[in-house]
Design a protein around this ligand. Structure first.
Ligand SMILES: Nc1ncnc2c1ncn2[C@@H]1O[C@H](COP(=O)(O)OP(=O)(O)OP(=O)(O)O)[C@@H](O)[C@H]1O
Length: 213
């Protein structure tokens, strides 16, 4: 279980997070919802160790930790809103690059990549480059790439926003099938129907006024 307590964040004079508590339970999906500008993405980036909080605590399985330590230990994976695939690498190489840089043998990384691609119905795209993929395929590659690093917690920033609305259900199905394999997930979304389709728990981030302490 990962707990964040009393997380605060300001940008200049604007308080975005004014003391937020988050509990991320093992093998569950937490949806973070709230209006545009409430700070959902900021909170996700703080959990991921990509943006520092101004204050607050982080506790992993009962022990104090930091987001930077969690990230360095490879415990957290992120699926970005725009997918951020490596454009000059094939789909398979998008999955194998980070594991091989971390010391996994090329053969083992390739075997694992091919298994993930098969599970996510991407075998036919293994040698393709990202530009040639549909939005839904790009997103599945982004999820497969994150899973290739074997995180304990997988974070998604607005996973439906860059996709055709009719793909919403298949993204929900995919997140639910990743959960069924034991993954702990956090999904930032402004889409309440989507949140309902994936979430065991929902955290609503309120929009604060600008300029307060
Ligand atoms: N790096 C930054 N520098 C300055 N202000 C920022 C920065 N990142 C976010 N903000 C501001 O913080 C507030 C919260 O932004 P954030 O993207 O976290 O909200 P959100 O709830 O994810 O919104 P949306 O649903 O529109 O994506 C916004 O007012 C935004 O302009």
């Amino acid at each position: 279980m990962l707990e964040l307590k009393n997380i605060t964040k300001k940008f200049g004079d604007q308080t975005v997070l004014g003391g937020v508590d988050v509990t991320i339970a093992d093998q569950k999906t937490l949806a973070i919802v709230g209006p545009s500008g409430a700070g959902k993405t900021t909170l996700l980036r703080i959990i991921a160790g990509l943006t520092p909080a101004d204050s607050g605590e982080m506790i992993w399985n009962g022990e104090p930790t930091t987001a930077a330590k969690m990230r360095q230990a490879g415990l957290i994976g992120v699926v970005f809103q725009g997918f951020e695939l490596f454009p000059n690498l094939t789909v398979r190489r998008n999955l194998t690059l980070a594991p091989t840089l971390q010391g996994t043998s090329a053969a083992a990384a390739t075997a694992q990549a091919d298994q993930l691609l098969a599970e996510l119905d991407l075998t036919a795209q293994a040698d393709a480059y990202p530009f040639s993929l549909s939005g839904g395929q790009k997103q599945r590659v982004a999820i497969a790439r994150a899973l290739a690093l074997k995180p304990k917690i997988l974070l998604y920033d607005e996973p439906t926003s860059a996709l055709d609305p009719n793909l919403r259900q298949s993204v929900a199905d995919l997140i639910n099938s990743v959960k069924a394999q034991g993954m702990t997930q956090v999904v930032v979304t402004h889409d309440m129907d989507f949140a309902q389709a994936v979430a065991d728990e929902t955290l609503t981030v309120a929009k604060l006024g600008g300029g307060e302490a």
